[in-house]
Design a protein around this ligand. Structure first.
Ligand SMILES: [Zn+2]
Length: 430
């Protein structure tokens, strides 16, 4: 269903005609910027109680169907919409349907329905549950698993707590997963863990002692756990991005698409935080690669960091590797067992964001960034649209998610194999 309304900008008095594709959410917050003066206009539509407007007021439309001279926006929470003039019948839904077809529309719709009905309402208790796990508050953790998520923690063994935690994460975060990606990552990591335990038991122990003893693995897991609720909180601008999973033409599509709930500034830091986690996760990838190939987690392929000028930057240990800048890390992992996702970690964009070298055009939803550090001169700008940025945010999150399966697998190795083989600490002396 679509509704058509006209609003008048509080700042410049110019009118904007809006065609709004209604989704199945009770509350539908939209944000766009006045094309004349750039001021943000917020509308919250509620199925039961009409609308709320900030930065503009609703007025009677002059004409219907709309003319093509007045400012116009298509708005939809569920689909990307095109910029451009009003064309009768080219509604956000019909355009989306034309792009991906019947079957994919069904899949997209069912993921969004799950997000609206199951995941989003649990945002608060989910964030709290992850915090209880991080802080090792086991009694309330168990209670919350059962009460809020209907998951029983089988025992007080760490592997049973972890199993409950990861089951809940999979359920709540399901709408953000690329179809089957979770299962594949979990199976694949399981096989790697088996290979490590079977073929490299001694050197695996040394690796585990280092990443467990230093707190590295636990801290990294905690960092991942802090991200999940933030992705869930970014639900509104991510909904149209999830649509792109089915829209194969998007990557090469020259027509800019927009998101109807824009706020680039709010997601900059989240992108940076997730990128930094992925960078730390690569330490595990490198350590495991070294184990598989050279039976020693500290042993990088010799001369892999040798420059043409004869300088050798090959990391001397995994500890050294951890300090290597994100963009250079993959280059030190020879013939990696791990295949990174496309756009899963864009170092240049991360750097630009980390050093606050970005400009955002809210009206056209274009992010301009300056990937290279160039002193006072911000030349060589790159541009991406907000929807492309949010797609990279989603991909980077998915990369973190895949590597979180690796963290989970390493903890299981520790609980189920390494801890179990230890002599009991409390054996009384003879
Ligand atoms: Zn205006």
């Amino acid at each position: 269903m679509n509704i058509n309304i006209t609003v008048e900008c509080d700042t410049c008095g110019e009118k904007t005609n809006c065609r709004i594709g209604i989704s199945n959410r009770e509350e539908q917050p939209f944000r766009f910027c006045c094309q004349t003066c750039g001021s943000p206009i917020d509308m919250i539509l509620r199925q039961s109680r009409g609308g709320e407007f900030h930065g503009a007021k609703q007025i009677q439309p002059d004409l219907y169907p709309f003319d093509d001279k007045t400012n116009f926006v298509d708005l939809s929470l569920d689909f990307p919409v095109a910029f451009g003039k009003y064309v009768m019948g080219k509604t956000p839904f019909m355009e989306a349907f034309r792009r991906i077809g019947h079957e994919a529309m069904g899949l997209h719709g069912s993921r969004l329905a799950y997000l609206t009905e199951e995941s989003a309402p649990k945002q608060r208790v989910f964030a709290l549950l992850l915090k209880l796990f991080r802080n090792e508050k086991w009694t309330p953790f168990k209670t919350s698993c059962k009460r809020n998520f209907n998951i029983e923690v089988k025992s007080d063994k760490p592997e049973d707590r972890a199993a409950a935690l990861y089951r809940i994460i999979t359920n709540v975060m399901m709408p953000f997963a690329y179809p089957n990606q979770d299962e594949e990552a979990s199976d694949y990591n399981g096989r790697i863990m088996q290979e490590l335990a079977g073929k490299h038991p001694g050197s695996l122990r040394a690796f585990m002692a280092e990443i467990m003893g230093s707190g590295f693995l636990k801290n990294l897991q905690n960092a991942c756990l802090e991200i999940y609720p933030k992705i869930l909180e970014a639900e509104l601008p991510l909904r149209p991005v999830l649509f792109l999973d089915f829209d194969q033409k998007f990557a090469n599509n020259p027509i800019p698409l927009r998101i109807s709930n824009e706020a680039f500034e709010s997601y900059k830091d989240l992108y940076k935080d997730i990128s930094e986690i992925v960078s730390r996760q690569l330490v595990l990838v490198a350590g495991i690669n070294n184990l598989l190939k050279r039976d020693n987690h500290n042993a990088f392929k010799s001369d892999i960091g040798m420059t043409k000028g004869g300088k050798d930057f090959t990391p001397k240990s995994l500890h050294d590797f951890a300090d290597v800048p994100f963009g250079k890390k993959l280059g030190f992992i020879d013939d990696s067992w791990f295949e990174p996702l496309k756009d899963g970690a864009d170092n240049q964009l991360r750097n630009a964001i980390a050093h606050v070298k970005t400009d955002y055009d809210e009206v056209n939803q274009v992010v301009t960034y300056y990937p290279r550090l160039e002193g006072m001169y911000q030349e060589k700008a790159e541009q991406i649209t907000f929807i492309q940025f949010m797609k990279r945010l989603l991909q980077t999150y998915r990369e973190m998610r895949r590597l979180n399966h690796l963290i989970k697998g390493l903890f299981y190795l520790q609980y189920l194999i390494i801890d179990r083989d230890k002599p009991a600490a409390s054996t009384p002396k003879a």
